[in-house]
Design a protein around this ligand. Structure first.
Ligand SMILES: Cc1cc2nc3c(=O)[nH]c(=O)nc-3n(C[C@H](O)[C@H](O)[C@H](O)COP(=O)(O)O)c2cc1C
Length: 433
């Protein structure tokens, strides 16, 4: 088995898989069970000022193929007494000294922050995660995502914590913001040791159209919640990439958002993460998913010849560029495998009405469509809607043109200057009407 151990901001962990702060890390019972199952580390359910939670508090979107494709919650931070949480962290650390336990914190005043930082460290926490991300319930009280949205305030609070903290400090960011690098840079300026992202996305999950109330329902009323689970992974990947690529951040990243298996984890590591955190997938399937995660990651690393997680962390960043650096002379065209086609014509409907009219209906009453190559812009839509694996493939159109980006064309002045300039690529494609 490959060596999965990582060192994240000085915190050693037997593998990069950590439980994210949330219901699965609410008690010593759960965290110890998770470590026994093979989880590397755990970020404790956020501790802070006393709160009261609602019933109910969760809702989900089913994609049809999968339950809980998107998940939302209106839960607050831990509603257990701080002293119970701290005592249980101590118990876990005694039994599992090699598995990092990170204390997630959300406080208000400087005195509260500094006191609970000391308490958590005395309880044996290996690091601290500052929750500047929760987008419901706590932000209305001046905490959580409201801090993540105000770089000045964030920098100030991080500096309070850094005055006291002896253990590594991770700042957990909210995705409810336009440019994620702004709070990441503020966190760095405040002196923190690492960044984790993303917390949940502010959202309304849906509305009961009979009772006229959004989900989840609390005695006939609802409120905005925090969205997570597989549906948020693309948002998280992009934000992790932005933080990893920023020359002004340069801190270790713990990635969170929609991670459910080893492939998800590898994707985040390739975009610069060192550890990954999981919440919704454990709430759905339990701690046992860690077995597939560790063995899958290990097999992948063996197959690729990676001897450590750090050896491939960030490997996809070089290939993740600005739009203006993409090769405009690269073209693909759709090909339909007539033997695999089941004649459902969904590709025809999609291309005809929703794209570039590049699919013709089968001749002589046949339901097998064909590609009109001169109209095909290689957008992928037909291959995405096709229900048959491998039936529609995108194939490179070979020509002898050298690669050329928008940036290079602009430098040569070789770009469309008016709306009807023939240099505009779209004009070469015929439209029917
Ligand atoms: C029910 C629930 C409670 C959560 N509570 C916390 C919390 O107390 N502190 C925190 O930092 N994040 C909390 N989160 C956010 C998760 O840690 C994580 O950032 C988010 O759910 C995205 O990861 P996922 O897609 O794996 O769930 C909570 C998430 C859920 C679903």
């Amino acid at each position: 088995m490959a060596d999965l151990s990582v060192t994240f901001a000085g915190i050693r962990s037997p593998n990069p898989f950590w439980l994210a702060s949330g219901p699965p890390t609410n008690s010593a019972y759960q965290v110890m069970k998770a470590f026994e199952a093979g989880w590397g580390g755990a970020v404790w359910k956020t501790m802070g000022l006393p709160v009261v939670n609602t019933s109910s508090r969760y809702a989900a979107i089913d994609s049809g193929a999968a339950k809980m494709t998107g998940f939302t919650n209106i839960e607050l931070i831990s509603d257990r007494p701080l002293s119970h949480n701290l005592r249980e962290i101590e118990e876990v650390k005694k039994r599992f000294p090699d598995n990092p336990v990170i204390a997630s914190l959300m406080l208000d005043t400087k005195e509260e922050w500094q006191q609970v930082v000391r308490d958590a460290e005395n309880a044996g926490a290996d690091g601290l995660e500052l929750n500047f991300g929760c987008p419901h319930g706590m932000c209305e009280r001046g905490m959580g995502s409201v801090v993540g949205q105000e770089p000045e305030l964030l920098r100030l609070i991080v500096s309070w914590v850094m005055e006291t903290a002896k253990k590594p400090v991770i700042v957990k960011l909210t995705p409810n913001i336009t440019d994620i690098t702004e709070p990441a840079i503020a966190a760095k300026e405040g002196g923190c040791n690492a960044i984790s992202l993303i917390n949940t996305i502010q959202s309304l999950m849906g509305v009961d159209i009979e009772k006229f109330v959004p989900y989840p329902v609390v005695d006939g009323k609802s409120t905005n919640g925090g969205y997570c689970g597989p549906a948020v992974k693309p948002v998280a990947l992009n934000m992790v990439r932005n933080v990893s690529q920023s020359p002004f951040v340069g801190l270790p990243v713990s990635a969170i958002g929609g991670i459910a298996d080893w492939r998800d984890a590898v994707e985040f590591i390739l975009l610069g993460a060192t550890t990954v955190q999981v919440c919704t997938a454990v709430m759905h399937y339990g701690f046992g998913i860690i077995r597939e995660m560790t063995s899958g990651l290990s097999d992948y690393m063996d197959e690729k010849g990676f001897d450590s997680v750090s050896s491939f962390s960030g490997k996809a960043l070089l290939n993740t560029v600005a739009w203006e650096d993409l090769n405009l002379n690269y073209e693909v065209v759709a090909k339909i495998d007539r033997k695999k086609c089941i004649g459902c014509m969904i590709c025809y409907a999609a291309c005809e009405d929703g794209a570039h009219q590049a699919i013709g209906i089968g001749k002589n009453g046949s339901r097998i469509p064909h590609i009109i190559e001169e109209n095909c812009v290689g957008c992928n839509l037909c291959s995405l809607v096709c229900p048959v694996e491998g039936c529609i493939m995108m194939v490179e159109r070979k020509d002898d043109q050298a690669p050329e980006t928008w940036k290079e064309r602009t430098a040569k002045g070789n770009v469309p200057k008016t709306f009807d300039d023939p240099l505009a690529g779209g004009l070469k494609h015929r439209t029917k009407y």
